[in-house]
Each structure stands twice: as structure tokens, then as C-alpha cells.
Design a binder for this molecule. Sequence first.
Ligand SMILES: Cc1cc2nc3c(=O)[nH]c(=O)nc-3n(C[C@H](O)[C@H](O)[C@H](O)COP(=O)(O)O)c2cc1C
Length: 361
Amino acid sequence: MVQNSKQAIERAEAFCAANQIRVPILLAPMAGACPPSLSIAVANAGGLGACGALLMQPEAIRNWASEVHAGSNGAFQINLWIPDPAPCRDAAAEQAVKAFLASWGPAVAEDAGDARPPNFDAQCHAILEAGPAAISSIMGLYPPEFVEQMKARDIKWFANVTTVAEAKLAERAGADVIVAQGMEAGGHRGAFDARKAEAGMVGLFSLLPAICDTVRLPVIASGGISDARGVAAALILGASAVQIGTGFLRCPEAKIPTVWADAIGITKPEDTIVTRAFSGRLGRSLATPYAREAAASDAPKPAPYPVQRGLTQAMREQATKNNDLTGMQAWAGQSARLAPARAAAEIVQDFWAGARSLLGA
Ligand SMILES: Cc1cc2nc3c(=O)[nH]c(=O)nc-3n(C[C@H](O)[C@H](O)[C@H](O)COP(=O)(O)O)c2cc1C
């Protein structure tokens, strides 16, 4: 249904009232790039803070939440990836990846491909205890028993989806809110079936209204939103709120390596790349030398997730330590150039004030 701007603002205000926030702007959960400082700043400005807990042990999740609770009364979400089926290993193919990686970073340890994320059940338990307003999922759906536990504690389930079909599955599984992730988005693409990620690349201008027309739940728009125009457009297309990742990465509170933050500010839409070369899962990053070379026709095919993540760990860590973009996992969305190098609170306030003004409020 086509909406006017008054209805769009009212829908966003209703979403805020129902989700313990004052501004319909959510920090995107970003594993490895969402320190407490960033959530504290966003939440104190009225938005929703976020923790991408994929790689965090339960104790780290608890510490993150206590630090945010100490710095803000505001609400936050905690996010987990739904585990993929066990990867099919291919020793010869992994050997080829290791040989390729040797020219980009330190020698790859023999057992590097065996690395696994922390125990999912233990993480689930820790995020329930951490007292978030919402728990979000990406790459699939939470099991029904966990959904029941969330609901028993009045915690909302925000389900990230990349297609209309996934949105329907999430609604049926009991999600409270759908996060529509357009293909512009920085970071990993949340396709439920890893093998279908490339085939399901849908831009937000198509995905968002299609999902809003299909589900009865509030929809959050995510992917390529990095200024007031994007916020206003998303609300007009039917969103109740927006979720922004790359747009917050240049804030001092994000504390990412300076070469990554600086490169985001000058990256045109056509200068990002979708690649499996960092983790084995498809994600959008800056078109760095490693990401480009790994896409060459003679480069070895990346191993499946999370094997590839383990194989590239030493390269990624060294690049981050040396503030060297060459082998860094430098995720970025297609609207990277719009990301302001400003305090996060100013971004929340200015994007919302600007969007309201564009919508005539
Ligand atoms: C550095 C980075 C890390 C990310 N990590 C996660 C994650 O752990 N879980 C998740 O659901 N989404 C993750 N994402 C995707 C974001 O939640 C969101 O979809 C994306 O940032 C939106 O697009 P934008 O970057 O253009 O704003 C990540 C994105 C970035 C840029």
C-alpha cells in the first residue's frame, strides 16, 4: 500500500514506542566492529545500540552488556549468526588457499582451518541473561525453544532476511520484527542458505516494499542508508525504522583502524566488492588488493565457512595490527562515501531531524 509521509512518521513513532527508543535509527550489529562506546553513544542519542556477538565467548557478551548498561539507560540488541551445517572439508583445496594466502600474510598454520566460533548454545544463554531489548538473528532462524525463552522474557526477535521467501519463513517462526537487508549492505549477506547468497542479491528499493507488502510485522530497512535522504526514503517505502552499519564506522566511537575508516569516506558505490575470500560466507567489503586478487579467475576458490575464516585469520590480524588495508577484512556498504566522520550522537540526531524535515514533519 502506498503511504504518505504522515503515515510513515506515525509508523516510525509507533515502532519507537514499542521498542524502548526515541529515534527510529538502529546501529547495525557488526561482529568485531561494535565496541560498547558506539552503542552507548547511539543509545544515549535515542537510537538502538547493537552487539554482533558471533565471535564472543559468553563472558565477553556479559562484559559488553554491563559496560553498555553502565554508560546508558538506552536499549540495545544482541545478534548471533545461526550456525551453518558442518562444512565439507577438502584438504587439497585448502592447501591451495593456504599457498595463495602465503603471499598476503604470515604462513597459515596447519590446523588454521579447524577454528570454530564459540558454542552457540552457550552464547544464546549469555545473550538472554544480558538483558537486551531485542535479540537478532542472521543466516537463518532461531530454534523454537529459544524463541519461547526470548518471548518469556519479553525480548523481541529481530530476524534479518535477504529475500521475500526468508521474510515469510521468519514471520511463520515467530519473529517480532523483520530486518530487510538489501544487497547494498556492508558485511556479510544474511542468506539463510549460504549457497544461494549470490543468486539472492536484491537491492533495498525492490526488497523493502516487497517485504512490507507481504508480512504483517514491522520492517526495518538495512543496506546503503547513510544520510537523511536514505532514512526518509526507507520510511516512505514502508519501513518502520532503519538499521545503519557502514554509516557509523567512521565515528570515533567505532574505533576501527584508521586506514579502513579513511577509505570508507572516499569509496564510490562501484568500488566495493562481494567476496567469500575472507570467511567463506559472502560479504561486501572495500575492493582491497586481497579481495580483488582473490576474485581473479586463477585464484583458488575460497573454502566454505568457517574454514576460510580460520585460514585467513593470521592475514587479517596482521593487517589490522599494522593498520594496512591490503589484507584487512574491511567491510563496507555501497553508500560508504556518505558515512560521516562525526560523533555517533550527532549522526543519530541529524539523520532523524533531516528525515523528518524531508517528510514534512
Ligand atoms: C563491519 C560489519 C560487520 C557486520 N557484522 C554483522 C554481524 O555480525 N551480524 C549481522 O547480522 N550483520 C552484520 N553486518 C551487517 C549489518 O548488520 C547490516 O546489514 C549492514 O551494515 C547494513 O548495510 P550498511 O553497512 O550499508 O549500513 C555487518 C556489517 C559490517 C559493515
